[in-house]
Design a protein around this ligand. Structure first.
Ligand SMILES: Cc1cc2nc3c(=O)[nH]c(=O)nc-3n(C[C@H](O)[C@H](O)[C@H](O)COP(=O)(O)OP(=O)(O)OC[C@H]3O[C@@H](n4cnc5c(N)ncnc54)[C@H](O)[C@@H]3O)c2cc1C
Length: 411
């Protein structure tokens, strides 16, 4: 075999395809009985394939070593992957925030199209074959040893085992051990894009409630760490959902515990506008008790929690609230405080921060600078992006570049 690709996720599948398109004999190893288990659950089963943006913008949304990928993105861009899937019979659509999804809204279609493309390109897939170690001699890769101790020779090996999050999908950090076999330094894996646990326990009371069009701000010692607008979710441990996941990266980087969060339930209204809106509602429901007078402003399950936090008597008739009480409610609606306790473990993170150190890898070819013929692609590298399709674009672009370089070097 010319090229062995380890890992049948998006990076490995793309690498195997690109190497085969260069005429190389390629075998793709996947430890599971099927390809792309994580890919199949991306984007809540819809697969946010990429983000339709310029390369500078891509790099800006990849806080973990985005600039290392500049060349890879230029060689295989968001438009290239959109064209790839269109040709493979999976036309795409662009949604809010330039997020790209299959028109069918089915991640399974993306997995199936990749599987078919591999078949068409003549790639052999070895299912349920787990790479255990690499054999390196005189600074060059010789092949791979599997879980049963069998040696498979190959002069080109691409490690695309993913990170260490969602281990049930097969990504258990094997790639880090393989990289270390070859002398690579691995930056310790940590959760990135992870749900946050809060000191306050009230989120549990509204567990399952999802809020759309809200703004969440994170601060540490008065310094703004980040601010996001969109959708979030309350859980039994704290908070999750797209804007929380995105904010979690700077929050974790700032140490997590103690970071203050402020939730603006009405970001479209300036404080004085909200105050007028509140007054109108209290007037409309003047005969009701306060606990029954917020129906037009807040989701029903949030009202008792919100009023509990405000300290205003919930039994008071709406038309008897003092000026200060109305001001308290309006201010709270613009900034409900929460305190970060920490983040959920790596296993629950959307992506892994850390991995194979990028300065030991060529950005042009993804080849190791330490072992000839060894390549890396995807999340196994120390690269990570925000939500919005950026992480899959990392996989497609780095996989393509690694596969093409490995395949071409066989000529
Ligand atoms: C719930 C969830 C939703 C997500 N949604 C999105 C989204 O919509 N858009 C987006 O851009 N990103 C999303 N991501 C992130 C994205 O899925 C990953 O960044 C991406 O899958 C990484 O691709 P990869 O090929 O590097 O690794 P993986 O997808 O993790 O694939 C690695 C593969 O290698 C195999 N493997 C591991 N070790 C071995 C071994 N020793 N031998 C053989 N095979 C091995 C694994 O079984 C696995 O199939 C999401 C992640 C999660 C967890």
């Amino acid at each position: 075999m010319d090229v062995i690709v380890i890992g049948g996720g998006p990076a490995g599948m793309m690498a195997a395809w690109a190497a085969a398109m260069e005429g190389a004999a390629v075998c793709l190893w996947e430890r599971n009985a099927r390809l792309g288990r994580k890919l199949a659950i991306t984007g809540k089963g819809r697969c946010n394939i990429t983000n339709q943006c310029e390369i500078e913008e891509l790099v800006r949304h990849i806080p973990g070593n985005g600039s290392f990928l500049y060349g890879a993105f230029s060689r295989f861009s968001p438009q290239d992957i959109m064209d790839f899937f269109a040709r493979a019979g999976v036309p795409v659509k662009v949604e809010r925030g330039r997020r790209v999804f299959p028109q069918s809204d089915k991640a399974a279609d993306v997995v199936n199209a990749m599987t078919q493309a591999l078949r068409d390109a003549g790639v052999t897939v070895a299912y349920e074959r787990r790479a255990k170690s690499l054999r390196i001699q005189d600074g060059a890769v010789q092949g791979v040893v599997d879980g049963q101790g069998r040696f498979f020779p190959a002069s080109r090996v691409i490690v695309a085992c993913g990170g260490a999050s969602y281990p049930a999908t097969g990504s258990t950090g094997d790639g880090y051990r393989l990289a270390e076999d070859a002398g690579h330094t691995v930056i310790p894996p940590q959760p990135s894009l992870a749900p946050l646990t809060t000191v306050e326990t009230w989120p549990e009371q509204v567990m399952g409630l999802s809020l759309k069009n809200v703004r969440l701000k994170a601060e540490k010692e008065g310094k703004l760490l980040g601010e996001e607008f969109g959708e979030m979710l309350f859980t039994h441990f704290g908070i999750s959902g797209p804007i929380v996941l995105t904010l979690s990266r700077p929050v974790i980087e700032a140490g997590g515990a103690g970071v203050r969060l402020y939730l603006d339930l009405k970001p479209a209204l300036r404080p004085e506008q909200l105050r007028r809106r509140l007054d109108r509602d209290l007037q409309k429901f003047c005969r009701r008790q306060l606990q029954n007078g917020m129906d037009d402003l807040l989701p029903a399950s949030l009202i008792p929690v919100f009023l509990g936090l405000s300290g205003v008597d919930v039994h008071k008739p709406c038309n008897q609230l003092t000026r200060e009480e109305r001001q308290t409610l309006a201010l709270l609606m613009k900034a409900i405080p929460l305190t970060v306790q920490g983040c959920r473990p790596l296993a629950e993170a959307i992506v892994t921060k850390g991995g194979v150190r990028v300065d030991q890898v060529s950005p042009k070819t993804m080849e190791s600078k330490l072992a000839q013929g060894l390549y890396f692609a995807g999340e196994v590298l120390d690269v990570d992006g925000y939500t919005g399709g950026y992480n899959l674009q990392i996989a497609w672009s780095s996989g393509y570049v690694a596969g093409q370089a490995a395949g071409r070097s066989m000529e």
